[in-house]
Design a protein around this ligand. Structure first.
Ligand code: GAP
Length: 440
């Protein structure tokens, strides 16, 4: 990860995913899409525009309700979330020795709290006037409501069915921090699952379980996850019930994902505002109704952070037993095989022997078509193994002098550090089998 626009000093709460981060993030999204779209007949994917008709945000309630209480320090004009100030979130930070003290200057005098809308405003067209104003979407959900009828009819879906989306959402958060946990530009993976009213509570429980199982299969530890039931008074304006799946981050338990029962709030609101019917007619009973919506949602960036924390391991004294290495701390990123940015690295034992380099390049060309692969010829072989371990590289393939004689290479496993000789013609199949075993 890099700070966004790093050469200009960065921008608060905006990050760029670098070469390895992008691969990991893509693998997270691919695993989610496979599980919740590819393997499900009743869920369809859309990829909607980030900027929508401004009427969407009036109807959805976001213009009115998507706010946080904002206070300003009267001395230094720093701004904070009022609820965080009262709960003592800033105590111990900067100049704040106590609750209700400004972390920037230590003063205790704040303006009255006023509602601050978190949506980023922008303008459609060349004239910046109010009638052209709209917002960057603060959640991917709304397009799945506005497209509800189009998806249902074109895909001939019967209730229950879902619309899924992976995409960016934007929030002008007042208090950011904790790295990727609270950013201003994030990515969400959401499903709006349309069900028959009366069956909503059953489907709610179903999706909480599905979400939990997904996180376990991604490699999160059960003991680092817990459920949080939102009390009625803190529910979002659209929700009848919300349960968060929290993760134990180093800075405390925090929301990783959520499941909300949005009832028929959104479909009815958009129907009223647009004048378009958003009802569903049961093909058998001919009953006409507004489906209830169960919304399982998760943030890609928060899951990315949780997976990194879970996978990161430091081994004191190192795993390798050579005298020099024994003094070091070894770092291993134990990401699952389907998530790890680089699945296999190819190393020529030496870089100044033409035949070895040629053979290593042949092996790399073979492997890169099937796996996420990297070619690395810099440094001693032990260093290259450790560099690979640090970024989670699952297997390392080393081509040595013997390879030129017997057509076999050394296949080294990240986790066990075992080293097996494998014939080049059996290499793809062997790696495929081992990766598959690792994922089970
Ligand atoms: N459509 C429902 C919705 O947007 P939310 O709880 O506000 O619900 C869904 O957001 C998920 O998006 C959260 O569970 C969290 O993982 C992620 N998320 C929300 N705000 C975020 C932020 N500022 N930075 C990073 N991730 C965020």
């Amino acid at each position: 990860m890099f700070p966004s626009s790093e050469i200009y000093g960065g921008v608060e709460a905006l990050y760029d995913y670098g070469p390895l981060g992008s691969l990991l993030k893509n693998n997270i999204k691919a695993a989610w899409l496979k599980r919740f779209v590819q393997e499900r007949e009743e869920v369809s994917l859309i990829d909607a525009s980030v900027i929508m008709n401004p009427k969407v945000w009036e109807a959805s309630g976001h213009v009115q309700n998507f706010t946080d209480p904002l206070i300003e320090c009267k001395s230094c004009h720093a701004r904070f979330r009022a609820d965080y100030m009262v709960s003592g979130r800033f105590k111990g930070q900067g100049e704040a020795k106590d609750v209700n003290q400004c972390p920037s200057c230590g003063d205790r005098d704040f303006t009255e709290a006023k509602d601050f809308n978190l949506m980023f405003k922008t303008y459609l067209g060349a004239v910046q006037e109010e009638k052209n104003a709209t917002f960057l979407r603060p959640e991917t959900a709304q397009s799945m409501f506005t497209d509800f009828k189009l998806v249902q009819e074109t895909q001939r879906h019967k209730v229950p069915f879902g619309i899924a989306q992976v995409g960016k959402a934007f929030r002008n958060e007042i208090t950011t921090g904790n790295y990727l946990f609270r950013v201003k530009e994030m990515e969400q993976m959401e499903i709006e699952y349309f069900v028959k009213p009366g069956e909503d509570e059953k489907w709610f429980d179903y999706w909480v379980k599905e979400w939990q199982e997904f996180f376990l299969d991604m490699g999160l530890d059960k003991k680092n996850m817990r459920l949080y039931e939102h009390p009625k008074e803190s529910l979002a304006h659209y929700s009848k019930r919300t349960v968060d799946i929290e993760y134990k981050f180093p800075f405390g338990w925090g929301e990783l994902a959520g499941v909300a029962n949005r009832t028929d709030f959104d479909l009815k609101a958009h129907e009223k505002a647009s004048g378009e019917s958003l009802t569903y007619t049961d093909p058998e009973s001919k009953e006409k109704y507004h489906p209830f919506v169960i919304e399982p949602t998760m943030g890609v960036d928060r899951l990315f952070l949780a997976l990194l924390l879970e996978a990161y391991e430091e081994v004191q004294g190192a795993r390798t037993k050579t005298t020099k290495a024994a003094k070091e701390v070894e770092t291993i990123l134990k990401l699952k095989a389907f998530l790890t940015p680089i699945q296999v690295a190819v190393f020529p034992l030496v870089k100044n022997k033409e035949e070895i380099v040629k053979k290593a390049r042949e092996v790399f060309d073979l492997l890169k078509k099937r796996f996420s692969a990297q070619y690395d010829e810099t440094g001693a072989i032990g260093r290259r193994y450790r560099r690979g371990d640090e970024i989670g590289t699952f297997f390392a393939v080393t081509i040595d002098f013997e390879s030129l004689e017997d057509g076999a290479v050394t296949l080294r496993d990240r986790d066990t550090m075992s080293q097996d000789r494998v014939k080049i013609e059996e290499l793809v199949e062997t790696i495929e089998r081992k990766l598959h075993d690792k994922d089970d």
